[in-house]
Design a binder for this molecule. Structure first.
Ligand code: NAD
Length: 470
């Protein structure tokens, strides 16, 4: 596929292979964009913004609605492409496309609700005799940088709110999985003027750098790892910035929990898309009182998972994004065993695949639960009571989402109040998101919120009008 710059699909001499993680076959190539390509894309977005800002909110809303309709028409094709470029099982890939349609529809609706407010200047000294109101106006150009794991919906979570607020966009998708974003760009480009959306493929350090350093870009919206996010936040001077970064989400199981629900939540939370999800359950904090029963039930359910071809509807767990990622997980597990963890289930790597793995007797300081493990691992930390469970849950530099399973309302409320995370779920695993909810972490997990209404608001500036009434 080719890059989209100023309404044209453009190739380059140097290409990057896009590889199917299931069989390591090359499925396509994308251009290895150059700094000049990135600059041209930024200029296109910069010059397109005047024409676009002249659009009525109604026209923007209708155009977005048409994008959602077109995406619905190609639902299966998009899901297949996601499964092929990421190794995500097809059922999860279908869910991602359905959610992307929803994200665009929500953005279409939100584009009609961008309100300012009146400001009572006479509440301040010297403000009598004036009428004042704010206007929510577009920022200008948004630079969007996205990771490999939700290549469509995470791109859409930046593009659709940006367009809803009449910004133009330059997107840099992950080189590991750039195809669905490019295919989506074809649809969006057919409903908006040239230059409103540009997509430049290429290496993060090259294309990302151009976006982050350009004075023509007003906001960087980034989703990816903490390491890249930190680098970006150091360089993005005088820009708005949203960072949606990694997670290390805890799932607490208290002595009074409904264990069946907690195990179901763990299976979904730890193994969805092979654990390569920012809000995957990455630490199981289980009360000693129920730990034995919980462990037995978890092993039984983990054994039922079917590992295989992502294109089969029977597959629960596919490959990791590449062999390197699987080797990293293998090392983390082996390190945990050296540190005293006990292997109860799984633990083996086969090429790009890693078995769903249950580790017991994990301690909070171990690397397997201190860093974000992007793989299908369930490390169990045994604790005594709600106080210790919350203390362990907070023993991390991350704070994306968290969950607690308990039938005791006081314990639930205590967890909601005391866990340092952007969202706390009660009797639902943290691997849960609707596309309208405010989403974004605390601590090293990020800055700012996405979720359509919140992203749209963050993609506007406030201008004040003051009228002298005397
Ligand atoms: P990554 O940080 O390696 O890459 C993300 C994007 O940044 C890619 O497009 C990459 O090319 C680009 N990039 C790399 N170096 C850059 C640089 N120097 N300047 C600008 N851009 C650069 O992340 P990944 O491996 O693709 O994705 C996995 C990570 O993303 C995990 O940590 C995961 O938790 C996180 N993530 C977070 C959320 C969230 O909403 N909080 C959602 C999904 C994934």
């Amino acid at each position: 596929m080719q890059m989209l710059i100023n309404g044209e699909f453009i190739d380059s001499k140097e290409k990057i292979d896009v590889i199917n993680p299931f069989n390591n076959e090359i499925i396509d190539h994308v251009p290895a964009g150059t700094p000049e390509d990135a600059k041209t894309a930024i200029d296109s977005a910069y010059y397109a913004k005047n024409e676009f800002q002249d659009f009525s909110a109604r026209k923007v809303s209708e155009s977005l609605a048409r994008c959602a309709e077109d995406l619905f028409d190609y639902l299966e094709e998009f899901a297949t492409l996601i499964a092929m470029e990421t190794g995500k099982p097809i059922n999860a890939a279908l869910d991602e496309v359905k959610r992307s349609i929803d994200t665009i529809k929500l953005s279409s609706e939100e584009s009609k609700r961008i309100y300012g407010e009146t400001v009572p200047l006479d509440a301040g000294i010297g403000g009598k005799g004036f009428m004042a109101f704010t206007l929510k106006i577009p920022l200008g150009v948004v630079g969007a940088i996205t990771p490999f794991n939700y290549p469509l919906n995470l791109a859409v979570h930046k593009i659709a709110p940006a367009l809803a607020a009449k910004n133009t966009v330059v997107l840099k998708p992950s080189v590991l999985a750039p195809l669905t974003a490019l295919k989506m760009a074809e649809i969006i480009n057919s409903h908006f003027p040239d230059g409103v959306l540009n997509v430049v493929t290429g290496r993060g350090s090259i294309i990302g750098n151009e976006l982050v350093n350009s004075e023509k870009i007003d906001k960087i919206s980034f989703t990816g790892s903490v390491e890249t996010g930190r680098m970006i936040s150091q360089k993005a001077i005088m820009k708005k910035i949203t960072l949606e970064l990694g997670g290390n989400d805890p799932l607490i199981v208290l002595g009074d929990a409904d264990l069946k629900k907690a195990v179901e939540g763990t299976i979904r939370g730890s193994y969805l898309y092979t654990g390569q999800v920012c809000i995957a359950v990455k630490r199981l904090i289980v009360d000693e009182e129920v730990a034995e029963d919980f462990v037995q039930m978890l092993i039984k359910e983990t054994k039922k998972l079917r590992i295989g071809d992502p294109l089969s509807t029977k597959t629960d767990v596919g490959p990791l994004i590449n062999e390197n990622a699987a080797i990293v997980v293998e090392r983390i597990v082996s390190n945990a065993l050296d540190e005293g963890a006990e292997l109860l289930q799984g633990g083996k790597r086969n090429g790009n695949f890693f078995e769903p793995t249950v580790l017991d007797q994990v301690k909070s300081g171990m690397k397997v639960v201190q860093d974000e493990t992007f793989g299908p691992i369930s490390p169990i930390i045994r604790v005594k009571g709600v106080e210790e469970a919350i203390k362990v849950a907070n023993d991390t530099r991350y704070g994306l989402q968290a969950s607690i399973f308990t039938e005791n309302i006081h314990h639930a409320l205590k967890a909601v109040g005391e866990i340092e995370a952007g969202s706390v779920m009660v009797n639902k695993q943290s691997t849960f998101r609707t596309d309208n909810m405010p989403f974004g972490g605390f601590k090293m997990s990020g800055m700012g919120k996405e979720g359509v209404k919140y992203a749209v608001d963050d993609m506007t500036r406030t201008k004040l009008a003051i009228l002298n009434t005397r």
